[in-house]
Design a protein around this ligand. Sequence first.
Ligand SMILES: [Zn+2]
Length: 435
Amino acid sequence: MKYFLPDSQDLVDPSFDFERERRSATRLRQRDDLYAHEVFAERVLDGILVSKGIVDGSESAGGRYTLAQRHRLLRVGAREFFRIDRKSDVPIATMGDCGAFTYVKDQVPPYTVDEVIQFYVDCGFDYGISVDHVILAYSAEWDEPGAEVPAELRERQEITLELASEFFRRWKDERLPFEPLGVAQGWSPRSYARATQQLQKIGYRYIAVGGMVPLKTPEILAALGAIDSVRGKDTRLHLLGVTRTEQVQVFAQMGVKSFDSTSPLRQAFKDDKDNYHTMDRTYVAVRIPQVEGNPKLQKRISSGKVSQGKARELERTCLDGMRRFDAGELEVGVVLDSLQRYDELCGNLSDYRETYREVLTDRPWKQCSCDVCRKLGHHVILFRGAERNRRRGFHNTWVFYRRLARQLGGGTDQIAERTSPPPHARRTSAPEVFS
Ligand SMILES: [Zn+2]
């Protein structure tokens, strides 16, 4: 089972000084900043998924690349751009897709098959996913006799299958240098099965299952079960953007060879409480927002409700308190009092005191052996600024990768056998996936 991390240009600055909160004056983002796979000595992912939608940066959603970065990616290719050949003897795979979520609201995808193929060839990806159109609705009831399936859902599936057919033809005729994946979009178990059958008929042997993001585990399993019932012996599956991976072992039995998920990384700074992952549970991160970078607090300051000086002082007290607590110089209750006062000053309504007590009592960052926690100490648990928050996301990715290995039984040989190498694999020995 291969884990792909979707690229969203999440990098950290190794020169960042966490005590003084300063960067090196000579730091060059593109040259010096590090991706998740560069921060750890150990492997944390098997591949990077790059979306045309993110790279092109349409105004409507999710553009993350500057013009210069985009040009550079297309010029040098993904392997060099992401520096993935530099240290690992087991190559990290690259996969391209369209980023269908960036145009989910459009009636038809904004890209032609030609444009997408050009993008994949320029980037030199190992795998390329056909152009698709996401179906966001899902209900098993639509499989019952007499059920009325909205016309728009059928249209989206038709569009996706037509584009997959054109994509495959072009790939075959021009002998393109990547392995193609056709996308199965559906609204129910049976419609997913139908899409899979069509894609196999077109010629696909690697199928990306889309529209999984909002689905609960039983729904994913039902859809995969239906797909599995029509799946050819040599057809492999990729799950596009799943957030539920508790049943990854069952996924594997149903032909899933790879998936991508951004949630371990994002939860570090998007979730209300599941910000810091361990092998067995999650913890909340301790919120100490910057006075200057917090719009809510700035509003309270400018309206006269809060004094700027007082806010700065409390912020400093919280940061010092956490440092001294980590060093064993301060009782947990004292830190909690400061955090609570700063929280109230910021006008936060949620009460974090007890969840903070839990994380501060357990101090999970002290037990983590990942490179981020060892280097960063207590800063990793502070919810404050991109440099800390992203590193916590990287830590979560490291934990996630290890959890996955545990769920899959950890046997690297077994996993290697289940995983087929990318077409340009330069492996000399069995991959040490999930070691
Ligand atoms: Zn860690």
